[in-house]
Design a protein around this ligand. Sequence first.
Ligand code: NAD
Length: 502
Amino acid sequence: MTVFKPVDPASLTPHKHPFIDGKPKQMLIGGQWRDALSGKTFKSINPSTGMPIAEIADAGAEDIDAAVAAARQAFETTWRKVKPLDRQAILLAAADLFEKRYEEFAWLDTIDYGGPISRTRSGQRRHVGLLRYYAAQAVSLHGETIENSLPGDFLTYTLKEPVGVVGAITPWNGPIGNSIWKIGPALAAGCTLVLKPSEHASLSTLMFGQLMLDAGLPPGVLNIVTGAGAAGAAIAAHPGIDKISFTGSTATGQAIVRASAGNLKRLSLELGGKSPNIVFADADLDAAAPGSAMAVFANSGQICSAGTRLFVERPIYDEFVERVSAIGKATKVGDVFDPETVMGPLVSEAQLTRVCGYLDAGRNEGARVLAGGARLQDGDLAAGYFVPPTVFGDVRDDMKIAREEIFGPVISAIPFDSVEEVVARGNATSFGLGAGVWTKDLSKAHRVSRELQSGSVWVNCYQAMDPAVPFGGYKMSGYGRESGIQHVEEYLNVKAVTIKVA
Ligand code: NAD
């Protein structure tokens, strides 16, 4: 049955991959691999080299229609009727296959979006763990019986039912992890999917589609369409889709809210951020300095919850910012297949231009460049989209670099004087995704964690993520939670049943 052919990891060579074989990449619709009906394709670019690596089918509205029809049919005829233990078994089989082949996925993502191999490899525990976590959820869904006060004898209980066909749309900053975060809970809940990965990094999701079929997922349960914003917009507006699960920018999230109004789809939105990372003078600075540096430099700053507003208590400000800058200068940037490399390129030329625009804006508004500050163009790096770890000092809250999401390796370091002040300034943003607090004072840690308006607060650590711990936004960082027991609820309807007992 299986067409899964594991590759010996030792045979993998930099910037090459058996999945990148010169053939155009097709979409997965109704269990079949298909070209776009229009025959159109788009190119995926390797951001380390600026060179195209694959032609990928460019979905039009008619392809989205076909994918939605396949998902609807699979939902009605198959998946919603599959017993929880059987849904669980498929998710566990997928997790086992994925674990065995993880190196191939890590390698592919490193080529496709530019995450260094040290980073893509390090996702294994969480990504395989997510599949196993949702497998457990598949057999843990239940409604409730409810005591009621109705006159007479009535039995009341709730049923949890899958919402139906889910449209899932993801960004490029952690391609395989982003897709699994959509696929796992939807399948556990009994939903079927039309999933569109980012046009900048679709390959690992397509390879994962085949893995799901090999794990025994019935055709049509997971459909993968490829394309850019127009394909996403067609999903968001489609009347045959019951729910959208979106991760991406706040502007696109707003467009999705508008597009989804036609049939009032349910939405979960994981959007942008401008997260405060607060370092108090009593913190363990040996931990806080590297922690604060990597809160932004990890993944070249392309993390929605990156701690980009670095608030440092004034007595330690100069020394601490100097330490973070020194870490930035010592961070190895470049060859993504060198296991020692910490930072790769930005994902695209457009992203490079955008981030360099913020570097100019920071300088023009009077911030001081303490590390980095300009595109790297030495030798081979000139062909790719490399920006070094950058630290701006003397940043004011009203500067563009302190207000807007940059999505690059750029720290805005800002001094503060008191707990009340830093909480107010930390919260003075339209976003509310993540926050960091570094202190040895437990009371202060609790107090500040309570006051910060964000979906996650990390104390004496940053971006610690776990399948069991909910993640999501306050304010314009979106709504809904991913991970944790709340996540599967996003894919379920609650039906109340009231029975008059004769
Ligand atoms: P983006 O919004 O440009 O694109 C995300 C996805 O939406 C892509 O698949 C894209 O093709 C699609 N899309 C574009 N226009 C669309 C439209 N009109 N309708 C429907 N779909 C559309 O975001 P990006 O540049 O790929 O990713 C970066 C952004 O994602 C950042 O703002 C970042 O903060 C955010 N992000 C958030 C989280 C989170 O969990 N909160 C995680 C990662 C990234």
